[in-house]
Write a protein that binds this ligand. Structure first.
Ligand code: ADP
Length: 404
C-alpha cells in the first residue's frame, strides 16, 4: 500500500512515498523557494534523480506538481492518483487537543486553525498543504500527525510556568514541546531493539538537528521536554538561543532601544551556534574550526554544556534510566557532542566506549560499554516513516471495520 507523507514549511514542501507496511521509500523529493522568482523541484525514485527550476507560487501549486509527477507516465511511480491510499501530514502545533495522529475532517481543520495563534510560522502552511492535498488526492485518507502529540502526557508540574495561573486558564500559555514524532520514534525503536514493550522503557531522547530538544520518557510516555510554548526554549540550537534570562529581553527593549520584533528575530534567527560563533549555524563548519577559532570552539562547548545540564536534570526526574539516545543531524553524526555531553558521568552509571562512539556515524548503534549501567545509543530518526505508519494503521483499521 502506497502512502504519501507531506511536510509543508513556509516556502517548501518535502514529500516521500512509502510502500507500507515494509516502510520502503519508493519516491520522494521537495519543492523549494515557493513564491520566489525561481522555485526548485527535486524528484527522486529508485532509478533516477532530477532537479528542475520553475515558478511555483503556492503550496497548492506544489501539491498539484507532486500529484502530476507521481502519476507521470515516464517519471512517475503510480498510474492513478487513487493508488496513493493515504496522505500523512506533519502538523507542528496540535495544542492540548490532539494526543495522537487523527484522520482529518472539517472539525480537525477548524481546530488546527485555532492553534495558528500558537504557531503562526507553521500551522498556516501545514493547513495549506492539507487543503491542497484534499484537492489533488481526493480519494486518499488524510491524516495529521502533530509534533506536540507525544508530549500531551507531560504532567502539570512540568508543563506549567511559574507565571500567573490565569495566563494558562485564559490563554493556554504552557509548555507544549515539539519534535514529538521523532522522540516517540527513537524511544519505540530502542524498546524494539531490546525486545521490550514500548511502555516498559525509561529513556532520555536527544533530538539534535537544526532545532534541538531533549525529552524525558517514563514508561514510554513523555514526562518532560525542553521546548516550551514555542520551539525557542531549551537547548542551544543552530540559530535559536534556547534558555535565556527573560530579563535580557527587557534590558534590550528598555535600555538599548530594540523593538520586540527585533528581539524576536535576534533570539530565533541570529542566536545559538550562529550567534556565538559569529559565522555559522552548521555543526560541520564549526567542527572544522574547533581547534583554530576561539568562538567556534565556544559555540560547541556551550552547546554540549547545556545538553549535559539537561541530561543530568532528566536523570534526576526519571530516577531510573535505561538509555540515553542521540538522534537527528548532529546527534547522529557528531561523536564529539556525545562524548562531551556525557563525560565524567560514570557516577551516574554512564560510560561511553570511545571507539564505538567514533565509528557510529550516520547509523544505528550502541556506543556505551558493556559495563555501563545506562545504555547509550545512536538511533537515526525517521519522522516520515512514523507518520506513514500512523496513516497506514488508520487505513487498516478502517478496512477491518468495513469488512465486519
Ligand atoms: P532538521 O532539524 O532541519 O531536520 P537535521 O536533523 O538534518 O535538521 O540536522 C541538521 C544539522 O545537523 C545541520 O545544520 C548540521 O549542523 C548537522 N549535521 C548534519 N550532518 C552532519 C555531519 N555529517 N557532521 C556534522 N554535523 C552535521
Amino acid at each position: 500500500m502506497k502512502i504519501l507523507v507531506i511536510n509543508c514549511g513556509s516556502s517548501s514542501v518535502k514529500f516521500k512515498v512509502f510502500e507500507m507496511p515494509e516502510g520502503e521509500i519508493i519516491a520522494g523529493g521537495n519543492v523549494e523557494k515557493i513564491g520566489e522568482e525561481i522555485s526548485i523541484f527535486k524528484w527522486k525514485t529508485k532509478e533516477k534523480e532530477t532537479k528542475k527550476e520553475l515558478k511555483i507560487t503556492s503550496h497548492q501549486e506544489a501539491l498539484k506538481l507532486i500529484s502530476e509527477t507521481l502519476t507521470d507516465e515516464k517519471a512517475g511511480v503510480v498510474k492513478e492518483v487513487n493508488e496513493i491510499k493515504g496522505v500523512g501530514h506533519r502538523v507542528v502545533h496540535g495544542g492540548e487537543g490532539f494526543e495522537k495522529s487523527v484522520i482529518i475532517d472539517e472539525n480537525v481543520i477548524k481546530r488546527i486553525e485555532e492553534y495558528i495563534d500558537l504557531a503562526p510560522l507553521h500551522n498556516p502552511h501545514n493547513l495549506a498543504g492539507i487543503k491542497a492535498s484534499m484537492k489533488y488526492f481526493p480519494e486518499s485518507l488524510q491524516v495529521a500527525s502533530f509534533d506536540t502529540a507525544f508530549h500531551t502526557t507531560i504532567p502539570e508540574v512540568a508543563y506549567l510556568y511559574a507565571i500567573p495561573y490565569e495566563l494558562y486558564e485564559e490563554n493556554r500559555v504552557r509548555r507544549y514541546g515539539f519534535h514529538g514524532t521523532s522522540h516517540r520514534y527513537v524511544a519505540r525503536r530502542y524498546a524494539e531493539i531490546g525486545g521490550k514493550g514500548k511502555y516498559e522503557v525509561n529513556v532520555i531522547t536527544c533530538h539534535l538537528g537544526n532545532g534541538c530538544s531533549i525529552t524525558a520518557v517514563k514508561n514510554g510516555h513523555s514526562i518532560d521536554t525542553s521546548m516550551g510554548l514555542t520551539p525557542l526554549e531549551g537547548l542551544v540550537m543552530g540559530t535559536r538561543s534556547g534558555d535565556i534570562d527573560p530579563g535580557i529581553i527587557f534590558y534590550l527593549e528598555e535600555r538599548k532601544g530594540y523593538s520586540v520584533k527585533e528581539i524576536n528575530n535576534l533570539l530565533n534567527k541570529k542566536s545559538g551556534l550562529l550567534g556565538i560563533s559569529g559565522y555559522s549555524n552548521d555543526f560541520r563548519n564549526l567542527m572544522e574550526k574547533k581547534d583554530s577559532d576561539k568562538r567556534a570552539s565556544l559555540a560547541i562547548e556551550i552547546f554540549c554544556y547545556r545538553l549535559k545540564k539537561y541530561i543530568g536534570s532528566y536523570m534526576a526526574v526519571l530516577g531510573k534510566v535505561d538509555a540515553i539516545i542521540f538522534t537527528a543531524g548532529i546527534g547522529e553524526n557528531v561523536p564529539y557532542v556525545r562524548e562531551k555531553s556525557l563525560e565524567n558521568m560514570e557516577m551516574f552509571g554512564i560510560e561511553i566506549d570511545p571507539e564505538k562512539n567514533k565509528e557510529t556515524v550516520g547509523k544505528e548503534g550502541k556506543i556505551s560499554t558493556e559495563k555501563s549501567k545506562v545504555d547509550v545509543y545512536v538511533i537515526p530518526t525517521n519522522e516520515e516513516l512514523a507518520i506513514a505508519s500512523d496513516t497506514y494503521q488508520f487505513i487498516i483499521s478502517k478496512q477491518k471495520q468495513e469488512t465486519q
